[in-house]
Design a protein around this ligand. Structure first.
Ligand code: PRX
Length: 662
């Protein structure tokens, strides 16, 4: 179901973005050496990618290892695409083995800093060695091609090893963000029927211990998670900081299984369409969706976008701040950069720990050249003022990226001036868990950036803005953002739910993939994405389904009904506001408010805790009984409702809500 945008109406959002007309041409020095160094070069490659995808993708994937080349580039039986038909490969050969016979073998693949300031480096050769050992260990545990393995870890180099080890043997990983609760982990293990869980004792976050293994214990103690018969536990914090219990016969230490595993493990060569991973994401119902990505197309997308969008160079130190539990971490911390032989920086902890200079100190210390982060982090840093970045030498930076939500021009300009010193191009990248890799970007060196716009389509991508009926709208008109053609890294289905895949993405607009976003395209063809227009909220860059929050709340005995909506927020982009009506006998008040927030944290994870819980006697409903979220959104944002309220059953409910606010 489509609704007005989070917190704002489509026309308001578009109006504010329409006012933005600054252009930032690619810096001359950057453009001179860029991989795509002019608009003409971009146009030619873009045209080729659509007109002759076979030639385009053969050339652009030539650095990757395909054991058998493809015989046909694409088969498109809407909504199902198959790319690179007949090709066989193992992604770890492209990410690791291919580098071993070159100087890249001794190059740092991962440069890591823990929250406590300790550092580690892992070369490509070492990453390979760890990966094949863990792959062998997984085999010894009985994991076979196609089996699922859940990964519940923090930001340590071993999380990349765990993902690659699964890929090495053709197992399908499902990484569960370490901020998810035991119940959420249990649900994902159940849905994917994962056989093994790879975890670590604990992770550091703002100086506190995140008890990952203990959470796995809780998840596995429930019958729904019985498919997982083994865990592998990486010792990160050690027993002094994080005591854990090991269950005999089920839990094994990472070091022990690696020590007893064979030193080599031949890669399982799989079909290009073999599943690589499942990543759960929020949708419009309470049940998370298992987005399924396959091997050849996903790797091609992650590889080629990393190379061009970040203009990756041999000597770059590249930092993507995303957690590996989200898709950005998968594509731009693991598969994309490693398949390009890049050096990736990985940071374990919080951006403001111990203070707001943390990011900038690490950039100076590690001479980071590319920074890829989210608007919410940029806005939070901006709010702290320029003194923090001013303490550090940021001159190593040459490119800045942003992802996850629309960036407001003010934050864009701050990022450009204060962090990038006015000399670094900013790539605003639009994409989704479902798209696997970047779909639109202000390609650095090739095109001018306009603050707030995600620029032009990446190669092979055909976006359009259409009406609800599917008709293209004119320049600067708002509409629904769709993708008209299949692209290699597109998800192939939803795990065990192909019907939801069809219905959710391909039934709204005929013959197109519907993104769930609203957008407008300006007279230069630049896209301005304004945000979700479905039942999904983007809170501080985290994708949260309103239905997930609502079903978590109504599972609490005190709650009769709940409605979750977004409200514009200066830092988070959108804040999560919930309206709750209680069952008879329950008393509204601060105590229950805390209990309900805790309940959401337990059901989903702390990151999904509502920013505000409001108690109400009743929720505004239509005569047919549907909750009118649009009105609640207006109330939450302190706006007058301009829309139609004629279907509202009881206007008194709305008046009361407004009154309570005042
Ligand atoms: O609304 C869009 C927003 O994030 C959504 C996808 O969320 P997720 O699957 O969690 O993936 C996030 C990281 C790829 C999109 O539907 N979004 C992502 N990037 C941008 C964006 N909105 C505006 N500008 C962006 N650059």
């Amino acid at each position: 179901m489509l609704r007005p945008l989070q917190g704002v109406t489509m026309s308001e959002a578009i109006e504010s973005l329409l006012k933005e007309n600054r252009r930032f041409e690619p810096p001359t020095d950057f453009a001179r050496q860029a991989r795509v160094s002019s608009r003409e070069a971009y146009d030619a490659m873009y045209r080729e990618s659509l007109d002759d995808p076979d030639t385009f993708w053969r050339r652009e994937t030539s650095a990757l290892v395909f054991r058998t080349p493809w015989t046909k580039v694409l088969e498109w039986n809407l909504p199902h695409a198959r790319w690179f038909l007949g090709a066989t490969l193992n992604v770890t050969e492209s990410c690791l083995d291919r580098h071993l016979s070159t100087a890249t073998a001794t190059k740092t693949a991962l440069l890591w800093e823990g929250e406590d300031g300790s550092t580690r480096t892992v070369t490509y050769a070492e990453l390979h060695e760890k990966t094949v050992r863990l792959a062998g260990a997984l085999k010894q545990l009985g994991v076979q091609k196609g089996d699922r393995v859940a990964i519940y870890m923090g930001m340590v180099p071993e999380v990349s090893v765990a993902m690659l080890a699964c890929a090495r043997i053709g197992a399908v990983h499902t990484v569960v963000f370490g901020g998810f609760s035991a119940d959420a982990l249990r649900d994902r293990i159940h849905d994917s029927q994962a056989k093994v869980v790879i975890t670590q004792d604990g992770a550091s976050r703002r100086g506190q211990v995140v008890p990952l293994k203990a959470t796995v214990d809780k998840a596995l103690s429930q019958p729904e998670a019985k498919s997982a018969t083994h865990t592998i536990v990486y010792r990160h914090l050690g027993s002094e900081r994080c005591r854990i219990d090991m269950k005999e016969g089920r839990d094994a230490w990472w070091d022990d299984v690696l020590a007893s595993a064979p030193a080599s493990c031949e890669p399982e060569i799989v079909d290009a369409e073999h599943p690589l991973f499942i990543l759960y994401t929020s949708g419009s119902t309470g049940k998370p969706k298992g987005v399924l990505h396959t091997t050849g197309g996903y790797l091609a997308g992650a590889h080629v976008t990393s190379k061009y969008v970040f203009d990756l160079r041999e000597d770059d130190i590249y930092w993507c701040t995303a957690d590996v539990g989200w898709v950005t971490g998968h594509s731009y911390l693991v598969y994309g950069p490693l398949s390009n032989g890049a050096t990736c920086f990985m940071y374990e902890g919080a951006p403001n720990y111990p203070d707001w200079a943390r990011f900038w100190r690490m950039i100076e210390q590690h001479k980071i050249t590319i920074l890829y982060t989210a608007p919410t982090a940029i806005r939070a840093c901006m709010r702290q003022g320029d003194t923090w970045p001013a303490k550090h030498d940021l001159s190593s930076l040459r490119l800045l990226g942003t992802v996850g939500e629309p960036i407001n021009p003010e934050a864009w300009v701050w990022y450009h001036q204060t962090i990038g010193g006015g000399r670094c191009p900013i790539v605003d990248t639009w994409w989704q868990t479902e798209t696997g890799s970047i779909m639109m970007a202000t390609l650095p060196g090739a095109v001018a950036a306009k603050p707030g716009s995600t620029g032009l389509p990446f190669f092979g991508v055909a976006p359009d803005v259409v009406t609800q009926e599917g008709d293209p709208v004119g320049a600067n008109q708002g509409g629904l953002l769709v993708l008209r053609k299949p692209w290699p890294s597109m998800f192939r289905t939803l795990w065990q739910d192909d019907e939801r895949f069809r219905q959710g993405y391909f039934s709204t607009i005929k013959d197109c993939y519907f993104t769930g976003d609203g957008a407008r395209r300006d007279e230069d063809g630049y896209m301005w994405v304004v945000g979700r227009i479905d039942d999904v909220l983007n809170v501080a860059g985290h994708r949260i389904g309103t239905a997930e929050i609502e079903s978590a709340l109504v599972s609490h005995p005190a709650v009769a009904e709940a409605a979750a909506v977004g409200r514009p927020d200066d830092i988070k982009g959108t804040a999560l506001v919930v309206f709750v009506s209680l069952r008879p006998g329950s008393t509204a008040g601060p105590e229950l408010r805390d209990k309900l927030a805790e309940h959401v944290a337990k059901e989903i994870g702390r990151f999904a805790r509502p920013d505000l819980i409001r108690f109400t006697d009743a929720l505004p409903k239509t005569r047919s009984g549907k909750i009118m979220r649009r009105l609640l959104k207006d109330v939450a944002s302190g706006r007058e409702s301009t829309g139609d309220t004629s279907t509202l059953e009881d206007l008194g409910v709305l008046a009361k809500l407004r009154q309570d606010q005042e």
